[in-house]
Design a protein around this ligand. Sequence first.
Ligand SMILES: NC(=O)CCC(=O)C(=O)O
Length: 233
Amino acid sequence: MATKAQTFRLALVQCLPGSNKVKNLQRAAEMVREAASNGAQVVSLPECFNSPYGTRYFPEYCEPVPDGDSTRMLSELAKETKTYLIGGSIPEKYQDKIYNTCSVFGPDGNQLALYRKLHLFDIDVPGKIKFTESDVLSPGQTPQTFDTEWCKFGLGICYDARFPELAGLYRNRGCKVLVYPGAFNMTTGPAHWELLARARSVDCQVYTAFCSVARDESATYVAWGHSLIVSPW
Ligand SMILES: NC(=O)CCC(=O)C(=O)O
């Protein structure tokens, strides 16, 4: 009798989006292919993988989901690589609003989830960083999970990881892995990135994956990087 595999390989793609959207998509696709060829069955991209991260960029780079170039690429890529592909996030244009949105596709290319960032990143650390996503973005309203043959996954985006209630809700729904595409910065990254991933894992007894964009010291928003996966232990 065939037994169901209990383990799988999850890859976090720490790509470096720049100002050219076509190149951002090409590079992300190359890195997903590389991960799949190294045995990854589930792959995540980071927050805003198709655009630079910043409120000034969201209106320019936003697209409809699932009918935009970035989401079409994700669906085709999931099918080509036969992976579960967690599409980081992109600025999504929906009606007259913009959301920070993660789409997930299965190995057959079908969309399994659409998650809009619930908690917008509005912070002011005097002398260090001020950022107000809510100037441009609207918050999502609904937590989202998706199923694989191995376990149920829960989705958050970056700042969402600061809210234990969301992780606890996913734990109560039976999720074993929480995935947060992200882009922390050089102030909060060293202070809280690893701490939050480990906290969510220990308090919910789940695996937690934080997938960051790579660091570019010349960018208007310098990301911390340091993608990581944490075990319940
Ligand atoms: N993109 C984000 O949500 C950034 C969150 C962040 O840096 C934080 O400290 O929280």
